[in-house]
Design a binder for this molecule. Structure first.
Ligand code: ARG
Ligand code: ZN
Length: 472
């Protein structure tokens, strides 16, 4: 239910009438969602963001976050009002230097700029706020913000931005970012892209400044705060590498380093298979308390549990592969998640072959054989898993089998040409599964509907393992 007051609505329409009197097209409110079938409330309509400047102060003592986010955007329609996705307590909003009235309701921050907004108009939106993110829940009672003993993790997929900065929270609206976070001296604050340096604050705090210069999705923008050992150096290709290890890793520290420090090597291997690396920096962050790994742009984050039994370069190959599949080429709808997870999982098959621990075919056989035909696993469609199954094992494992089935059908030469053409054509954008199928058919010259129907869109275990000789 909306708590939007009648007074606010009346002000908005009066302003709109003044501005748009005599014009044929009436201005209207921007849509409160971007039209995603799985998550209709994610994102917003009516404008396009080009840049976020997130300037915050964070005190781990009490989980206190405050500061200002400045958003540069452009209106894509005449607007009486528009929304940002945000859950924290807002103190003030300005649009193009004038105070704007605002209403916060259930994750939607609705702004009513004085006099409305014209299609094509540049917008400078300044939001100031302060809150305790770990105490803030979304409409499903969930808090992806993680308070840790020494800091916090703003890391999550598909949702996290609403717990630390206001945004147009959908991968179809990417932007560049400056993330500048002040913390008490002695605390580390790590984010995406290039480390622009530290600035001493007059209050005895230190501000950490990070910059992403390539288009970046809101959910791939992260913050890790706490006690970290940071390693910074140049990769063989000259790019900056920044890795960070929580001081709470204990006996897992060396296994974590033995994995993450090989990120430039893994990146080089994937460049051979996928084409040019899309971003300006590399790295990894390892921490307890996350429970999974996530491909934050240029700097994936890994739960330390991945390194419990020694080095694990498979998870590194998976997350680095996401820099191409997911970060550079993003899902158009969250329903298209196979474009991320199927290919990142398949990168583990490629890496396995590269390090001599089993061919891609052997990996595919192993996965196919490990799920009996009556397993519930085969009832989830990688091509349309449903909003509660976006990260179901079928999207990963059956998703990788689908990629292998394509490789076997078109042959190695066409297969890698498909991957490289796809990544070049869709670079820094977003895409659907249907577009991938069309491109695979175009590049291979083959009709592939039946293959993808079987592996992505039909329930039940396919009768044959992809690529296995019939008599095997
Ligand atoms: N994209 C991540 C990965 O596969 C998975 C994130 C899972 N998210 C979650 N909340 N469990 O590397
Ligand atoms: Zn993944």
């Amino acid at each position: 239910m909306s708590i939007r007051s009648k007074a606010t609505t009346a002000v908005a329409s009066a302003a709109a009438m003044t501005l748009f009197a005599g014009t044929a097209l009436a201005a209207s409110p921007g849509a409160p969602g971007a039209g995603d079938p799985y998550f209709p409330e994610y994102g917003n309509g009516g404008y396009d963001v080009s840049h976020y400047d997130i300037r915050l102060n964070y005190n781990p003592n009490g989980d206190q976050l405050s500061g200002t986010t400045t958003i540069l955007a452009r209106a894509t329609q005449d607007l009486t009002q528009f929304n940002l996705d945000f859950l924290l307590k807002v103190k003030s909003v300005r649009v193009n230097n004038a105070p704007a009235s605002f209403v916060s309701d259930d994750g939607e921050l609705t702004l009513t700029p004085r006099g409305g907004v014209r299609k094509g108009q540049d917008l400078t939106i300044v939001v100031t706020y302060a809150d305790t993110p770990s105490a803030v829940k979304d409409r499903n009672g969930i808090t992806p913000w993680t308070k840790t003993p020494d800091g916090a993790l703003a890391i999550g997929e598909p949702e996290i931005s609403s717990w630390w900065y206001p945004s147009n929270d959908h991968p179809t609206d990417k932007a560049t970012f400056d993330v500048n976070v002040a913390v008490p001296n002695g605390v580390e604050a790590i984010s995406n892209g290039t480390f622009v340096g530290q600035t001493r604050q007059i209050n005895g705090w230190t501000r950490w400044n990070w910059r992403s210069t390539k288009p970046q999705a809101t959910y791939l923008t992260f913050l890790a705060i706490g006690q970290f050992e940071i390693r910074q150096y140049a990769a063989p290709n000259g790019q900056p590498v920044v890795n960070a290890y929580s001081e709470r890793l204990g006996e897992h520290t060396d296994a974590a380093k033995s994995s993450i420090e090989r990120t430039p090597e893994v990146t080089e291997f994937l460049v051979e298979n996928f084409g040019p690396y899309p971003f300006e920096a590399q790295g990894g962050v390892v921490t307890p308390d996350l429970g999974y790994a996530l491909e934050n742009q240029t700097r994936s984050t890994y739960d330390d549990a991945f390194f419990r039994r020694g080095a694990n370069t498979y998870v590194v190959a998976h997350e680095v592969a996401h820099q191409w599949f997911g970060d550079s080429v993003s899902v158009h709808h969250w329903r298209d998640i196979w474009l991320n997870e199927g290919f990142a999982s398949y990168a583990e098959f490629l890496w396995s072959e590269h390090v001599g621990e089993g061919t891609a075919q052997e990996n595919a056989d192993f996965i196919y054989d490990s799920y009996p035909a009556d397993d519930e696993f085969w009832q989830v469609l990688p091509g349309d898993p449903g909003p509660s199954n976006v990260f179901h094992g079928a999207v990963y494992d059956r998703g990788a089998l689908a990629v292998h089935a394509l490789r076997v059908a078109v042959g190695d030469e066409k297969f890698f040409e498909i991957l490289k053409t796809w990544l070049a054509e869709k670079r820094y954008g977003d895409a659907t599964i249907e577009e991938f199928i069309a491109l695979a058919e175009r590049v291979s010259g083959q009709q592939l509907d039946q293959l993808f129907q079987t592996w992505l869109f039909t329930k039940g275990k396919p009768a044959e393992a992809p690529g296995r000789p019939a008599d095997a």
